[in-house]
Ligand binder design. Sequence first.
Ligand code: ISL
Ligand code: CA
Length: 536
Amino acid sequence: MENTKLWQKGIVYQIYPRSFMDSNSDGIGDIQGIISKLDYLKVLGVDIIWLSPVYKSPNDDNGYDISDYMNINPEFGTMKDMDELIEKANQKGLRILMDLVINHTSDEHKWFIESQNPESEYRDYYIWKDKPNNWSGFFSGTTWEKKGDQYYLHLFSVKQPDLNWKNPKVMEEIQKVMHFWLKKGIYGFRCDVINIIYKSSLEDGKKSLILTGSEHYHSQEGCHKILKTLRTKVMDRYDAFTVGETVLVSTKQANDLILPERQELNMVFAFEHMETDQINNKWFKTKFKPNKFMKTISKWQEEAYWNANYLGNHDQPRSVSRFGDDQDYRVESAKMLAALNLTLKGTPYIFEGEEIGMTNGDFKSMDEYRDIESHRIYKLLKKFMIPKKIRFKMIQKTSRDNARTPMQWNKNGGFTQGEPWLKVNHNTNFINVEDSIEDPNSIYNYYRKLIDIRKNKNILINGSFKRLNTKNNIFIFSRYTKKGSVITVLNMSKKYKKCPIKLNGDILLSNYDRQDLSDIKLKPFEAIIIRKEGAL
Ligand code: ISL
Ligand code: CA
């Protein structure tokens, strides 16, 4: 069946509004800043722009703590600015995807303020209990906070109380929010931690290293029922789609959310490939294992009905620093990772700055970090007597602020005329958009060529996936239809390697200036995309 929807054949670009472009010199990215860069995105060749939350928020978790779903955070601008962004994007053939955070609100949302009165009709919008259970939170620490005579649940920060999805009024309110935005002409939602919103019970959980208690709320039947209602009562009334952020899902659990007959989500962000460089917890990083990574990617390509392919986002370290080499082979490895992400089967997601090979931040002390999760983890590591140098290294490697440093537009940064809310990486003097556009061999210009290939090769949109090699740090796979195939060859290491497979065909794109395929030794982080007649 041909994939013809824009969300199937298009490319998504994620913007973290706080860090993308500041138009009024207050050091904070904003909507007018995004509007000023729409042509940049159009020229890059992307189709859909996923905006991390821009709603009213006290910014405890940088906007993932919403205090008014139908109002814009004044730091980012006004509803008029938002209407202008949607209209101008749509005029340019770019669609807007909003971030829907409905597992929790901010504790400054009027619903929660009212809910603190036990007699209020809003009491049951949230989850209140006489005494806490033993559940652990996503940001470490406790998940219950006492307010008056009872405790309320917050799986994230104490300022992010969980909504009670057993309450039909919550369903009603959120449907109103979704219609409000869809009627404005957005193209759908990225749904934050959407597979944990229904808590079947509040019983104690089995003690576990990560997320004690998750068996009571992870991918519950009640969650599927909610998603089916939101899909049939709201989403299906519009030309729109949903991508769920789903923690800890298997391919089976993913398919239970996205198969068309389930009538729930259109696709999901999985995390399994993002856990191939850690020991069960993301803060305990190990050396990146390309073989494990490519086997995981291949499994998801073979088993998931559709994939949301990504290597980075606002929560993850920068992909070139994590999966490539941001020192000796930054350009080659960033291109190699792009070749991977844009030739896989599924919808490709590019995170702001990936197209110019932005690296992890260059933070020198904890007071340069803004992320609430990083500060909480640092405190916890201190409690466990982890030596200062080691715990700071752990934060440097994994902090979400690595991805949130301001977009590097030119040698001096170009993000703001004011004091940036988060430190700009010093390497903006050689990693920036302006220089990248000028340099024909830049990562940016490689992305433009690759995006063009991706969008004009039916094989890459509709072709099947077949793994050809997933060992010795060399990833080779084919995308094919009966008319022909495209082979992607990736050396995911900095070593010269003999290619394990004889290659022939026409080179569509090389991240070196390779001209032919006769007896090849793969160069460090080499990526070759080959067009072959006939299915492989
Ligand atoms: O950090 C992570 C990546 O491994 C995840 O644990 C992440 O915190 C989790 O997937 C939830 O993330 C989403 O919800 C959070 C918010 O802080 C994140 O920015 C958002 O992506 C709470 O809304
Ligand atoms: Ca601003």
